[in-house]
Design a protein around this ligand. Structure first.
Ligand code: SF4
Length: 338
């Protein structure tokens, strides 16, 4: 097995804010004498620097959200390592994430309504993390901190927004509150799991621009999870493509979208609607469905759908091949790295 160097951005900090090495997640399904295993994640490695957005793209079931849930410590991985500032998280945070860990790693969920309590004001929901994580002390200082947070995410005037309830806000405003709540603890890393997919198209850009601004100003590293390649290209410094629990291609976002090499990435990009092309059906050289992740067959998981499949594809998982520095993929059409 070829080892991927997860530090793919030479010149930045030597120790990435977050590093994931050979992460594996299996779920036991069914009972009886011979339970089966669902292979949710297989050998996933990457790093995330401060002031960087790494986009994680792929279809439903590709393992994107499982990756985020493992990093935020909602679940324990079957194997692999998670390093935060170079520290092995699975050794220091054996049972569940400590307060200190949660202060560094925050998550923004897809559904801004479901992730906020309908019974409490916005101010109350933002005060809680500020108090629990001791980001300000004293009633007035906590109140001022919350006003700052509201202003930072563009919810003005903060004195009015403080007293509102989630049902009084639009979807975009609710997602901004979710962002403010994540910011309240001054995190190093934010895992944003499809943060714009439930928002109206007209307000998605505003939330994306907010995340981009926070990356620049507060030097936060974002793991941006999406199935939308256009937004990955817009906000992602780098993009990683996942399929059936495997990372199949990685590159700087613009390079990846302009020069996709893996047949699955090519399929994803070919499926992006092009308004200039009218309603003509585009030919996409792929067929079938995402394979079952339960006791999967050996070989490349994309083989049943790939128009370029060869015999070897059904026998072994491809090793890593480097196309150019920072751009690598797993496909038997390419010569593996030595
Ligand atoms: Fe297609 Fe084979 Fe490459 Fe998999 S390894 S993407 S099946 S050519």
């Amino acid at each position: 097995m070829t080892t991927i160097d997860p530090q793919t951005q030479p010149g930045k900090s030597d120790v990435p804010a977050l590093e994931v090495r050979n992460l594996v997640m299996r779920f036991q399904v069914g009972g009886g004498a011979r339970p089966k295993l669902l292979h949710a994640l297989s050998d996933v490695s990457f790093s995330l620097n401060r002031a960087e957005v790494l986009a994680l793209v792929g279809e439903s079931g590709s393992g994107k959200s499982t990756t985020a849930r493992l990093i935020v410590r909602l679940m324990k991985p079957t194997g692999g390592k998670i390093l935060l500032d170079g520290e092995d998280v699975l050794k220091t945070e054996r049972r569940k994430a400590s307060l200190a860990y949660r202060r560094k790693v925050q998550m923004i969920f897809q559904d801004p309504f479901g992730s906020l309590s309908p019974n409490h004001s916005i101010g109350y929901q933002l005060e809680r993390p500020v108090i629990i994580h001791k980001r300000a002390e004293g009633k007035e200082a906590v109140r001022q901190k919350v006003y700052e947070l509201l202003a930072t995410v563009g919810l003005n005037p903060p004195e009015e927004m403080f007293h509102k309830f989630p049902f009084e806000l639009s979807g975009g405003q609710r997602q901004r509150v979710s962002v403010a709540r994540a910011l309240a603890v001054e995190p190093e890393i934010i895992l944003a799991d499809e943060p714009i997919s439930m928002l109206d198209v007209s307000i998605r850009m505003g939330v994306l621009n907010l995340l981009y601004r926070l990356k620049e100003e507060k030097k936060i590293g974002f793991l941006y999870i999406t199935h939308d390649l256009a937004s990955a290209r817009y906000i992602g410094d780098r993009t990683m493509v996942m399929y059936a629990g495997h990372v199949v291609e990685h590159a700087e976002s613009v390079r990846l979208m302009d020069n996709p090499q893996h047949p699955y990435t090519q399929l994803l990009l070919a499926a992006v609607p092009n308004p200039r092309a009218g309603l003509a059906t585009r030919y996409v050289q792929a067929r079938g469905e995402v394979p079952s992740l339960i006791d999967p067959k050996p070989g490349c998981p994309f083989a049943p759908r790939c128009g370029k499949v060869m015999d070897v594809c059904r026998q072994s998982m491809p090793d890593v091949s480097t196309v150019e520095p920072g751009h690598w993929l797993r496909c038997h059409l390419f010569t593996p790295d030595a």
